[in-house]
Design a protein around this ligand. Structure first.
Ligand SMILES: NC(=O)c1ccc[n+]([C@@H]2O[C@H](COP(=O)([O-])OP(=O)(O)OC[C@H]3O[C@@H](n4cnc5c(N)ncnc54)[C@H](O)[C@@H]3O)[C@@H](O)[C@H]2O)c1
Length: 234
């Protein structure tokens, strides 16, 4: 695997950091891109400062990979933000920022990287959310962006196959920051626990690797069973 190159966005912390670490451990050379300049370089790889909401920054990032690594085998579009406000208070600037980061960035990354990915017969993984399918109040921009990302994923798979495979992972609750989940939070989940970033990293590694060659255009829900759980109060 040592000659294989992967780009992971939003890799400074949380799920993206776990994906970068897992791919590096599997032998990939990983470019960890984040708007946070303190993003650490994965072992054997490098960090790259990039705000994926900025189209010029995305173009510069892919240009730098073409110039420095000269190939790209895997792209993980993970960077994401949520702005949670009642719709009456949700400004168009808020809406545009959430869509730019969670949805438009993936379009721009894949469009710029297509020649490199096609040459390598590479794969793309997009990190969507179960919020593409279900909602709490006041999450319109995020839900719309993630729903769009799931649709963009299958559209890309059809347009870019067979050279490039494209799949989405929709995580449920993955504990990355804030207070630790409580015992009742774990117990709510059919799998018996809240998710951890390594749960998403493991599936990402499979979807970028050679054993998933017959998998494209799919969405994988990784939520401990929560979206399959029916709740009645009688
Ligand atoms: N944690 C969860 O429960 C959960 C559930 C479903 C989906 N997701 C999705 O998984 C992805 C990662 O989530 P997380 O919980 O690890 O988030 P996080 O907030 O812990 O980390 C996100 C990372 O992305 C970076 N980032 C944000 N905006 C960026 C931009 N414009 N350009 C470059 N980097 C940017 C941040 O600096 C940070 O390092 C996101 O797309 C999120 O929507 C998370």
């Amino acid at each position: 695997m040592t000659d294989k190159i992967a780009l992971v966005t939003g890799a400074a912390r949380g799920i993206g950091a776990a994906i970068a670490a897992r791919l590096a451990a599997d032998g990939w050379r990983v470019i960890a891109a984040d708007r946070d300049p303190a993003c650490p370089a994965p072992p054997g790889g490098r960090a790259a400062a990039c705000d994926v909401a900025d189209p010029a920054a995305i173009a510069a990032l892919i240009d730098s990979i073409a110039a420095t690594e000269g190939r790209l085998d895997g792209l993980v579009s993970n960077a994401g933000i949520m702005i949670r406000k009642p719709i009456a208070a949700l400004g168009l600037d808020d809406w545009n920022r959430v869509l730019a980061t969670n949805l438009t960035a993936t379009f721009l990354l894949v469009r710029a990287a297509e020649p490199l990915l096609a040459a390598a017969r590479g794969a793309v993984v997009t990190i969507a959310s179960t919020r593409a399918h279900m909602s709490e109040p006041d999450t319109e921009a995020y839900a719309a962006a993630k729903g769009g990302l799931v649709a963009l994923t299958h559209a890309l798979a059809i347009s870019l196959g067979p050279a490039i495979r494209v799949n989405a992972i929709s995580p449920g609750w993955i504990a990355t920051k804030g207070a630790a989940p409580r015992p009742e939070d774990h117990a709510d989940h059919p799998a018996g626990r809240v998710g951890i970033p390594a749960d998403i990293a493991a599936l990402t590694a499979f979807l970028l690797g050679p054993e998933s060659g017959f998998v494209t255009g799919a969405e994988f829900v990784v939520d401990g069973g929560m979206t399959r759980k029916m709740i009645y109060r009688e």
